[in-house]
Design a protein around this ligand. Structure first.
Ligand code: ZN
Ligand code: ZN
Length: 268
């Protein structure tokens, strides 16, 4: 029996979704999730969709209530923070000051443009758009502020509709460089099933990238569904864990107070 965890999921407090914490917990328990790290979006910029939605006190109270109802699932607190280079001092400080178990950096924006928006791709070749995105991911990793980078090759979510299925070959150099940095910095790779329900129909990152990470010596992976409704919570954990095991990953990385621990993928 695999040691299932889900280290990236959202509730109403993220401001962009439709599930209560009860619904999330219920679906995670149904999917055999032993550790659930709730990672709301957090943005301190007025005008952003999630501004003012996250209340630490309210969240904390709710998590404690629900922990009593679902004793089989350990509930942890994370945050999904947008990587904004100009605000790194405050972003880094929040990671230190908030009582977080896990801190995710997400490259939703690249040089002021939303990576999921048409204007990010408009008038640019696949080479230009994808390379810029990976340079942003590289800069985010080098900040050493986060425990992981969410949805590593997220640019393919929209990009695959414009340029066809994602192929890492033209970007192997920059991707390998980022992976080496992550290994050197002992950062964790988020393996997200969200891409399976999105147009790319493959995990973030792709299995090719995960194999390269493994070949370079990377061992440090955690699992995520980026669930925004109960149907999405760890819906593919069995198949993806199986694939990870076949690729040679032996551990699942879990966190508490931002300290990592490795648990055998096949269960303790
Ligand atoms: Zn995200
Ligand atoms: Zn997310």
């Amino acid at each position: 029996m695999y040691y299932y965890v889900d280290y990236h999921c959202h509730t109403l407090m993220s401001g962009d979704n439709s599930q209560t914490m009860e619904e999330l917990l219920g679906s995670a328990a149904d999917r055999g999730v032993r550790e659930l790290c709730i990672t709301e979006h957090f943005n301190f910029m007025p005008g952003t969709y999630c501004f003012g939605r996250f209340s630490f006190c309210e969240h904390d109270k709710k998590r404690k209530e629900l922990a009593r109802l679902w004793p089989g699932t350990k509930i942890l607190l994370g945050l999904e923070m947008d990587y904004m280079p100009e605000f790194m001092p405050i972003i880094r400080q929040l990671g230190r000051d908030l009582p977080l178990d896990y801190y995710i950096g997400s490259c939703h924006m690249s040089n002021g443009r939303h990576v999921f928006g048409d204007d990010f791709f408009e008038g640019r070749s696949m080479e230009e758009a994808y390379r810029e995105y990976f340079l942003t991911v590289s800069a985010c990793v080098r900040q050493r502020a986060f425990d992981t980078v969410a949805h590593f090759d997220w640019v393919k979510r929209k990009g695959c509709e414009l340029y066809g299925p994602f192929d890492m070959a033209p970007f192997r150099d920059i991707i390998a460089e980022i992976l080496r940095d992550m290994i050197d910095l002992d950062m964790t790779m988020e393996v997200s099933e969200a891409g399976l329900r999105h147009p790319p129909a493959e995990t973030y990152p792709s299995f090719d990238i995960l194999r390269l990470y493994r070949d370079l010596g990377g061992e440090n992976v955690t699992y995520a569904s980026d669930s925004h409704n109960p149907k999405q919570t760890s819906a593919h954990n069995g198949e993806v864990y199986g694939a990870l095991e076949q690729m040679g990953f032996r551990w699942i990385t879990v966190f508490e107070k931002r300290e990592k621990k490795h648990i055998p993928i096949s269960g303790a």
